[in-house]
Ligand binder design. Structure first.
Ligand SMILES: NC(=O)c1ccc[n+]([C@@H]2O[C@H](COP(=O)([O-])OP(=O)(O)OC[C@H]3O[C@@H](n4cnc5c(N)ncnc54)[C@H](OP(=O)(O)O)[C@@H]3O)[C@@H](O)[C@H]2O)c1
Length: 347
């Protein structure tokens, strides 16, 4: 018998991992696949997640909703649930919890909280919890030391005035290993922003550094120097840089959220806005932009990753040069004949 129902919007790489973990803890998992790609729908089916026909159905059946979407979709997802909630009569059921687990700035977390504070939209019936995930998706790992296996879980931090009460909430806390970091909405998100500044932020810097070193034919030498001074840093970057392509698209907004977070302290947005552009370049790269978690072919080593970016940048430069030359030629052709001859003599 399932102990409680958790809705996951949506089972992407992280949401699917959480679904598998919660099923192992005897939760029933539901989702709504309306508007979702076949990629997400197939993955949800593979994780034995049940589909419901509408958001109203989802709210009717769920004890807890987890929002696990790209950061750009956090607020729209909360609004969508808040809107559907107005069509639901939950009767005597325990209160519904909505936990946002996305990489958002504290400011955006507060805006999401407001969605559920407005009577008539989320009403006062939905209890909002700010949350964030540090680390990769939950995974069941078997090792020679532990052949029976154990769950490797990310660290999940939560904050806000609404504690998870009731059986479903207590069991969720235990299954996910939730860690409360404060009584204010925005604190869990803020912790994630500061943490990701040093992980994904550093990863963005490494992408530039490795690519420029490759362009100078110095990538092996750069790796040797990092290894001589900070061996664990090279280990980290050799794993994190090749893991970037499938998630680069959502890292763009994550860097912008980080820029927002630091700007609230008084820092310029420039550093992390710049790193957002590095991730945009990866997401839009002809080769790396096609990579998916379950289908990797390019950029699986820092060498190949740097090569893809370097080739992409040089193709872009050639295209720009051609476009500029074409524009200059057009301008030249459009000049009155006398002026064109004058310019030709001067040039
Ligand atoms: N993966 C990780 O290692 C990791 C680690 C820490 C934190 N997180 C956080 O977890 C969240 C999700 O990351 P992820 O890795 O699972 O991303 P992902 O693999 O790209 O999956 C994103 C999921 O969200 C769905 N989605 C997109 N737009 C949506 C919308 N408007 N409404 C509802 N669902 C929508 C996608 O569906 P479609 O297929 O239809 O686009 C997909 O199922 C992010 O906020 C991220 O910061 C992830």
């Amino acid at each position: 018998m399932a102990t409680a129902t958790v809705a996951i919007l949506s089972p992407g790489e992280m949401g699917a991992g959480i679904a598998r973990l919660l099923r192992a803890y005897n939760f029933r998992i539901i989702t709504s696949n309306s508007g979702r790609s076949s990629y997400t729908t197939d993955r949800a089916a593979a994780c034995h997640i049940e589909f419901v026909s509408s958001d109203v159905d989802l709210i009717n059946q769920a004890d807890i909703i987890l929002s696990v979407v790209p950061p750009s979709e956090s607020l729209p997802t909360a609004r969508r649930v808040g809107y559907a909630y107005t069509y639901v009569a939950r009767g005597n059921k325990p209160p519904l919890y909505f936990i946002d687990l996305n990489a958002t700035s504290p400011g955006l977390a507060e805006r999401i909280e407001e969605v559920f504070a407005r009577p008539g939209i989320g009403g006062t019936g939905v209890r909002f919890v700010d949350g964030a995930i540090l680390g990769g998706p939950p995974e069941f790992v078997q090792t020679p030391e532990n052949p029976g296996g154990a769950w490797r879980k990310p660290r999940i931090v939560v904050s806000g005035p609404e504690r998870l009460v009731g059986e479903a909430g207590q069991r969720l806390e235990e299954a996910l290993g939730l860690k409360w970091v404060g009584d204010r909405v925005g604190q869990a998100s803020g912790l994630k922003m500061c943490f990701a500044s040093l992980t994904k932020g550093l990863n963005g810097l490494a992408i530039q550094s490795f690519t420029t070193a490759a362009n100078l034919s110095l990538l092996p030498e750069l790796k040797e120097e990092i290894s001589a001074y900070f061996p664990p840093l090279l280990d980290f970057l050799e794993k994190s840089v090749p893991a970037t392509p499938p998630k680069a698209y959502r890292c763009v907004r994550e860097m912008e959220e980080i820029a927002d977070t630091h700007s609230q302290t008084g820092f310029s947005r420039a550093v992390f806005s710049g790193i957002a552009e590095v991730y945009r370049g990866v997401a839009q790269d002809d080769e790396l932009g096609k990579e998916r978690f379950d289908r990797r072919s390019r950029g699986t080593t820092v060498e190949d990753f740097a090569e893809c970016i370097r080739e992409g940048l040089s193709r872009k430069e050639e295209e720009n040069n051609r476009a500029n030359a074409a524009a200059a030629g057009k301008e030249w052709m459009q000049q009155p004949p006398g002026r064109a001859v004058e310019r030709m003599l001067v040039d």
